[in-house]
Design a protein. Sequence first.
Length: 288
Amino acid sequence: ACSPTDLSELLKEGTKESHDRAENTPFVKDFLKGQIKKEPFKLGTVALYFTYSALEEEMDRNKDNPIFAPLYFPLELHRREALVKDLKYFYGEDWKEKIQCSEATQRYVDRIHHVGQHEPELLVAHAYTRYMGDLSGGQVLKKVAQRALKLPSTEEGIQFYMFDNISNAQQFKQLYRARMNSLDLDKNTKERIVEEANQAFRFNMQVFDELDAIGRALTDEGQDGGVPVHDGKGDLRKCPYYADNLAGGAGPSCPFRAAAALAKQPLVQLILAACVAVAAGAIAWYIM
C-alpha cells in the first residue's frame, strides 16, 4: 500500500494534468486513431533515439549514486539499442548520416544532461516519465503503429516498444514504484522531482507539436510509396511540366492538367459519351 507521501503517489497525482494534456495533443490523438504518417513516425523515432541516448548516458553516469542507483535497470529498460535497430530499418545502415536532432528534442536533451550532471536526484523524474509511459500507453501505440503503417509482423520498426527482458509489465512497474518510494528523499526534493516530471511532459509535448506540424505540412505523395498528383500540390520533382510553369517558364503545360481541362468541354464530353456507348454495344455483342 502506498501513502500520500510516497514519491510514486506524489508523481501520479502531481503529473495527472500534464499527462492528460500530453494525451490530448493533436499528434497523440491522431496517432491513437491510427492517423499516423510514416515520415512523422520515423522522425519521432529519431527524437526518441536522441532523448534516450542522453537519458541512458546520464543514468550510466549515476548508476552508483545512492540517490538514483535503485532505479538503474539497464537490462530491462534501456531503449537505445532497440532504437538503433528501428533506425536501421527505416533509414538503412547509414542511418547516422541521415538523421539530426530537432530543436524541440535538443532542448529536452540539454535538460537531461544538465540534470544528470548537476542535479542527479531529478533524473528520477525523467526516467519515471519515459519508462513508465513506455510500459503503459506505449504498448497501445505499438499495436496502432504496426497496423496503421503496415509494418512487418516480425516487429521491425517497433523494437523500441519491445521489452524482451520484462515478462510481466505490471509487476515490473510495481517493483519500480517500490524502488522509487525507497529513495531517501526529503519533502522538498520530492516536490522538485514532481515539478521536473511536469517539465519532462512539457518537453515531450513540444516534440509532439513539432511532429504534428511536420505531418500536416506533408502531402500524401511525400510519404513512402506515394503516387505523384499533378494538381499543383504534388511533388514538383515528379512533374517537370508543372515545375516549369511555377517557375514562370514558357515550357509546355502539364499534359495531365491539359487533358483534364479539355475533358470539361461540352463537345468533347459528347464525343466521349458516344465513344463509350459504341464500345459498350460492341462488348455486349461480343459477349452474346
